[in-house]
Design a protein around this ligand. Structure first.
Ligand SMILES: NC(=O)c1ccc[n+]([C@@H]2O[C@H](COP(=O)([O-])OP(=O)(O)OC[C@H]3O[C@@H](n4cnc5c(N)ncnc54)[C@H](OP(=O)(O)O)[C@@H]3O)[C@@H](O)[C@H]2O)c1
Length: 258
């Protein structure tokens, strides 16, 4: 594989860093010159990474091209480029549909959507791939987990999960602030919360047969403090409010693809 990136920003940098952290990794990578600083840093750090003169030069030097520009400029950028029939185009642009990308990159016909996350730089997290594709699954499978889906609806629904990261940290921050208000040092509170939540994040792997509700019930001992908090939050419809928010994000994501 000769791999190219059009758009050298946070996500491209994370993918290249993850890839090049693998032992005996020698895939030639060519990146577009923007962002200048990130491209220069990658080319300095990894000997197999080169900076192309422009976006077209990326295409001319690769067989697999990852599109990683922001959605707002994607159409204008792609319209200027001459793709080849044999290019495999992997679009990382979250909110532009595969069909629209396919129309913009003709005569290339092999077009796949992929949604990696920045934690891929540390070989963590999962990449959603649509439609299933052996080469793309094998590439991202070396950098973390892979979830392949058949259609855009599944892709969009899974994409909604990525809208909940900030709320997760807001939850931890609320707990952290409360503990600090009781006179515990910030460092100790942070260390304890981080350690406990890291262990909780492993629970689905250690009990793969249990769904999330089972895990919730396992921790909510009758009459115990976990049961109290989950009951109080449920009574105040906190989880319903979350589900409604996910609905709205879903409509927004699906609307952008239309
Ligand atoms: N970051 C994430 O968590 C994430 C996750 C999933 C999917 N995505 C998708 O991945 C894509 C890239 O996201 P990102 O976070 O990497 O964004 P980003 O950091 O803003 O990177 C985009 C890069 O494109 C460059 N660029 C601007 N105009 C260009 C042009 N005409 N030709 C080539 N490159 C150009 C920008 O360079 P300058 O800095 O010089 O303007 C910037 O470095 C987006 O479509 C996003 O939806 C991102």
């Amino acid at each position: 594989m000769k791999l190219g990136f059009v758009g050298t920003g946070a996500l491209s940098s994370a993918i290249v860093s993850g890839l090049k952290s693998l032992p005996d990794e020698a895939t030639p990578v060519v990146v577009s010159p923007r962002n200048e600083e990130i491209a220069a840093e990658l080319a300095t750090r990894y000997r197999d990474v080169r900076i192309a003169a422009d976006n077209q030069a990326v295409l001319d030097q690769c067989d697999t091209v990852m599109l990683a520009v922001r959605p707002q400029i994607a159409r204008d950028v792609l319209k200027e480029l001459r793709f080849r029939e044999d290019h495999h185009v992997v679009s990382l642009i979250a909110t532009v549909s595969r069909e629209e990308i396919a129309a913009l990159v003709a005569p290339a016909t092999h077009v796949t959507k992929a949604l990696p996350m920045p934690m891929i730089s540390r070989l963590q997290g999962a990449t959603i791939i649509c439609p299933p594709d052996r080469a793309v699954a094998s590439f991202f499978g070396r950098l973390g987990e892979v979830i392949e889906v058949e259609d855009q609806n599944e892709f969009d629904a899974l994409t909604v999960v990525t809208a909940t990261y900030a709320s997760y940290f807001k939850l931890l921050d609320t707990i952290h602030s409360w503990v600090r208000d009781q006179g515990v040092s910030s460092d100790k509170a942070r260390a304890y919360i981080s350690s406990i939540y890291k262990a909780l994040a492993n629970a689905p792997d250690t009990a793969p047969e249990a769904d999330f509700m089972h895990l919730a019930q396992d921790y909510a001992t009758r009459g115990g403090v976990n049961e109290q908090v989950v009951r109080e939050l449920t009574e105040r419809k906190l989880f319903d409010v979350l589900a409604e928010s996910l609905d709205r994000v879903h409509r927004r994501i699906a609307g952008q693809q239309a």
